[in-house]
Design a protein around this ligand. Structure first.
Ligand SMILES: NC(=O)c1ccc[n+]([C@@H]2O[C@H](COP(=O)([O-])OP(=O)(O)OC[C@H]3O[C@@H](n4cnc5c(N)ncnc54)[C@H](O)[C@@H]3O)[C@@H](O)[C@H]2O)c1
Length: 256
């Protein structure tokens, strides 16, 4: 591995796609800061994974907590080179449901975590990265967001989730343009259906319905495949400002 992407920050790193990234980057010899909620499996996972991973319990929406976490990470590991934003929630609720209209605070909460939280991590880590020593071509860091296929083909009950992920897609290019002057690239991965605790929480019938029509390969994605794409993005300096669907050609169907 090149010397300059050896410190990686992963939000939502205690579970699913984030945990797969933590494990993958550790395997490449990186030092990894795992950020996740206090009630997550982060502390236990970090202990299991060893000294190269450092867990900080923090809500991505917390401006002060995230500022402190980024500072602590730099003190422990030195310059931060890669940020992978995986923290997210995906509650489903209908706009007009059996019990009345969509709860407005529930909508706000999804936007807050998935969109504002990702931006919070990005603004703070980008600021830290802007002070990094550049490599010969001027590169200082790479920021990777996690959107969703739902940003493009969101399903019933996903108005909040799809809107939050479309927001992540929408900020990708302006962030890449703005952070170019610091040599920081910004990319977004839009996963299709991945077998993680988030998906495991869905009813079996919905899981089956979502995975049976994946064109090829006809299965849910493995979290390790997501992690491998983060490596490919980091290693390819000409990838910038773009959204990559990682979905086996899935388009989420209309389901009543
Ligand atoms: N699994 C899929 O099929 C799928 C598909 C498309 C997009 N995604 C997106 O990928 C990302 C990871 O999803 P996953 O499937 O690994 O889910 P997951 O539930 O397994 O992991 C999400 C992690 O984020 C953490 N988190 C939630 N809110 C947080 C907050 N406010 N601050 C800090 N951490 C917080 C959780 O504690 C958890 O550890 C999410 O953004 C999700 O929307 C997942």
């Amino acid at each position: 591995m090149g010397m300059w992407h050896d410190t990686v920050v992963v939000t939502g790193g205690a579970s699913g796609l984030g945990l797969a990234c933590v494990t993958h980057w550790l395997g490449l010899g990186a030092k990894v800061l795992m950020l996740d909620l206090p009630g997550s499996a982060g502390a236990a996972e970090a202990q299991r994974l060893g000294d190269a991973v450092h867990f900080i319990a923090c809500d991505v929406c917390d401006a002060v907590g995230m500022t402190d976490a980024v500072e602590a990470a730099q003190q422990r590991f030195g310059p931060l080179r890669v940020l992978v934003n995986c923290a997210g929630v995906a509650p489903a609720a209908r706009t007009v449901g059996r019990e009345g209209p969509h709860d407005l605070d529930a909508f706000r909460r999804v936007m807050e975590i998935n969109l504002t939280g990702a931006f919070n991590a990005t603004r703070l880590v980008a600021q830290a990265m802007s002070r990094n020593e550049a490599d010969a071509e001027g590169h200082r860091g790479v920021i990777i967001h996690t959107a969703s296929a739902a940003a493009f083909d969101g399903q019933i009950g996903q108005a909040a989730y799809a809107a939050s992920k479309a927001g992540v897609v929408g900020m990708t290019l302006p962030l890449a343009r703005e952070l170019a002057r610091f040599g920081i690239r910004v990319m977004t991965i839009a996963p299709g259906i991945f077998m993680t605790p988030m998906l495991a929480g869905a009813p079996p019938a919905l899981r089956e319905a979502l995975t049976k029509d994946v064109p090829h390969p006809p299965r849910a994605g493995h979290p390790a495949e997501f992690a491998r794409l983060t490596q490919a993005i980091v290693e390819n300096p000409y990838l910038n400002g773009e959204v990559i669907r990682l979905d086996g050609a899935t388009r989420l169907p209309f389901m009543r």
